[in-house]
Design a protein around this ligand. Structure first.
Ligand code: FAD
Length: 102
Protein backbone atom coordinates (compact mmCIF):
# COMPACT_ATOMS: atom_id res chain seq x y z
CA UNK A 1 0.00 0.00 0.00
CA UNK A 2 1.34 3.39 -0.94
CA UNK A 3 -0.36 6.64 -0.03
CA UNK A 4 0.20 9.17 -2.76
CA UNK A 5 0.67 8.42 -6.43
CA UNK A 6 3.25 10.91 -7.53
CA UNK A 7 6.95 10.09 -7.92
CA UNK A 8 7.46 8.62 -4.44
CA UNK A 9 4.30 6.51 -4.25
CA UNK A 10 4.56 5.10 -7.77
CA UNK A 11 8.30 4.41 -7.36
CA UNK A 12 7.65 2.57 -4.10
CA UNK A 13 4.92 0.50 -5.75
CA UNK A 14 7.07 -0.33 -8.76
CA UNK A 15 9.98 -1.32 -6.53
CA UNK A 16 7.77 -3.56 -4.39
CA UNK A 17 6.51 -5.32 -7.53
CA UNK A 18 10.07 -5.59 -8.84
CA UNK A 19 11.27 -7.25 -5.64
CA UNK A 20 8.24 -9.53 -5.44
CA UNK A 21 6.22 -9.80 -8.66
CA UNK A 22 3.50 -11.62 -6.73
CA UNK A 23 3.01 -8.78 -4.26
CA UNK A 24 -0.32 -7.00 -4.31
CA UNK A 25 0.30 -3.28 -4.43
CA UNK A 26 -2.43 -0.69 -4.06
CA UNK A 27 -1.68 3.01 -4.48
CA UNK A 28 -4.25 5.49 -3.24
CA UNK A 29 -4.07 8.92 -4.82
CA UNK A 30 -6.02 11.89 -3.51
CA UNK A 31 -6.16 13.51 -6.93
CA UNK A 32 -6.95 12.22 -10.41
CA UNK A 33 -3.45 12.54 -11.84
CA UNK A 34 -1.12 9.69 -10.82
CA UNK A 35 2.53 9.83 -11.85
CA UNK A 36 2.15 13.38 -13.06
CA UNK A 37 5.25 15.59 -13.34
CA UNK A 38 4.53 18.62 -11.21
CA UNK A 39 8.07 19.75 -12.05
CA UNK A 40 6.77 20.29 -15.58
CA UNK A 41 3.99 22.68 -14.53
CA UNK A 42 6.08 25.74 -15.49
CA UNK A 43 6.56 24.21 -18.96
CA UNK A 44 2.81 23.97 -19.34
CA UNK A 45 2.25 27.51 -18.10
CA UNK A 46 4.94 28.85 -20.45
CA UNK A 47 3.49 26.88 -23.36
CA UNK A 48 6.61 24.73 -23.80
CA UNK A 49 4.51 21.64 -23.04
CA UNK A 50 1.47 22.22 -25.18
CA UNK A 51 -0.71 19.50 -23.71
CA UNK A 52 -0.89 18.89 -19.96
CA UNK A 53 -1.03 15.18 -20.74
CA UNK A 54 2.58 15.48 -21.93
CA UNK A 55 3.48 15.82 -18.24
CA UNK A 56 2.28 12.33 -17.40
CA UNK A 57 5.19 9.94 -16.78
CA UNK A 58 2.94 6.91 -17.14
CA UNK A 59 -0.61 6.66 -18.44
CA UNK A 60 -3.37 4.79 -16.61
CA UNK A 61 -2.79 1.89 -19.02
CA UNK A 62 0.97 1.92 -18.33
CA UNK A 63 0.29 1.78 -14.60
CA UNK A 64 -2.25 -1.00 -15.01
CA UNK A 65 0.31 -3.00 -16.99
CA UNK A 66 2.69 -2.89 -14.02
CA UNK A 67 0.19 -4.96 -12.01
CA UNK A 68 -0.38 -2.27 -9.42
CA UNK A 69 -3.85 -1.13 -8.49
CA UNK A 70 -4.01 2.65 -8.58
CA UNK A 71 -7.07 4.21 -6.95
CA UNK A 72 -7.46 7.82 -7.93
CA UNK A 73 -9.65 10.41 -6.17
CA UNK A 74 -9.07 8.42 -3.00
CA UNK A 75 -7.64 10.23 0.03
CA UNK A 76 -6.18 8.31 2.99
CA UNK A 77 -7.76 9.75 6.10
CA UNK A 78 -6.22 7.51 8.76
CA UNK A 79 -3.55 4.86 9.15
CA UNK A 80 -3.98 2.03 11.64
CA UNK A 81 -0.34 0.91 12.04
CA UNK A 82 -0.88 -2.01 14.42
CA UNK A 83 -3.95 -3.19 12.50
CA UNK A 84 -2.10 -2.68 9.20
CA UNK A 85 -4.98 -0.85 7.60
CA UNK A 86 -5.54 2.43 5.85
CA UNK A 87 -8.85 4.21 5.65
CA UNK A 88 -9.19 5.95 2.31
CA UNK A 89 -12.13 8.17 1.48
CA UNK A 90 -13.43 8.46 -2.07
CA UNK A 91 -14.37 11.87 -3.38
CA UNK A 92 -18.03 10.90 -2.98
CA UNK A 93 -17.46 10.43 0.77
CA UNK A 94 -17.47 6.61 0.80
CA UNK A 95 -14.85 4.96 2.98
CA UNK A 96 -13.42 1.46 2.90
CA UNK A 97 -10.68 -0.08 5.05
CA UNK A 98 -7.79 -1.41 2.99
CA UNK A 99 -5.15 -3.81 4.30
CA UNK A 100 -1.52 -2.74 3.98
CA UNK A 101 1.13 -5.11 2.65
CA UNK A 102 3.05 -6.71 5.53
C1 FAD B 1 7.50 23.71 -10.21
C2 FAD B 1 8.28 22.58 -9.61
C3 FAD B 1 9.51 22.22 -10.16
C4 FAD B 1 10.26 21.17 -9.60
N1 FAD B 1 11.45 20.83 -10.19
C5 FAD B 1 12.16 19.82 -9.68
C6 FAD B 1 13.38 19.41 -10.30
O1 FAD B 1 13.83 19.97 -11.32
N2 FAD B 1 14.07 18.37 -9.74
C7 FAD B 1 13.61 17.72 -8.62
O2 FAD B 1 14.28 16.77 -8.18
N3 FAD B 1 12.46 18.08 -8.03
C8 FAD B 1 11.73 19.10 -8.52
N4 FAD B 1 10.56 19.46 -7.91
C9 FAD B 1 10.14 18.75 -6.70
C10 FAD B 1 9.48 17.44 -7.04
O3 FAD B 1 8.38 17.68 -7.92
C11 FAD B 1 9.00 16.83 -5.74
O4 FAD B 1 10.12 16.62 -4.92
C12 FAD B 1 8.32 15.51 -6.00
O5 FAD B 1 7.18 15.73 -6.79
C13 FAD B 1 7.92 14.90 -4.68
O6 FAD B 1 7.27 13.71 -4.99
P1 FAD B 1 6.36 13.02 -3.94
O7 FAD B 1 5.81 11.78 -4.62
O8 FAD B 1 7.10 12.82 -2.66
O9 FAD B 1 5.22 14.07 -3.58
P2 FAD B 1 4.19 14.85 -4.50
O10 FAD B 1 4.69 14.99 -5.92
O11 FAD B 1 3.87 16.10 -3.72
O12 FAD B 1 2.92 13.92 -4.54
C14 FAD B 1 2.11 13.73 -3.43
C15 FAD B 1 1.07 12.69 -3.85
O13 FAD B 1 0.36 12.29 -2.69
C16 FAD B 1 -1.03 12.44 -2.93
N5 FAD B 1 -1.62 12.63 -1.60
C17 FAD B 1 -1.39 13.62 -0.71
N6 FAD B 1 -2.07 13.38 0.43
C18 FAD B 1 -2.76 12.21 0.23
C19 FAD B 1 -3.65 11.43 1.02
N7 FAD B 1 -3.99 11.80 2.27
N8 FAD B 1 -4.18 10.29 0.51
C20 FAD B 1 -3.84 9.89 -0.75
N9 FAD B 1 -2.98 10.59 -1.55
C21 FAD B 1 -2.46 11.73 -1.05
C22 FAD B 1 -1.17 13.55 -3.92
O14 FAD B 1 -2.39 13.49 -4.59
C23 FAD B 1 0.02 13.22 -4.84
O15 FAD B 1 -0.29 12.15 -5.72
C24 FAD B 1 9.78 20.49 -8.45
C25 FAD B 1 8.54 20.85 -7.90
C26 FAD B 1 7.80 21.88 -8.46
C27 FAD B 1 6.45 22.25 -7.86
Amino acid sequence: MAIGGSDAGISAGLRARELDPDSEVTVVVADAYPNFSICGNPDYVSGEAVRWTDLVHRTADDLKATGMEVRTNTRATSIDVSGRRVAPRKRDGRTELLPTTP
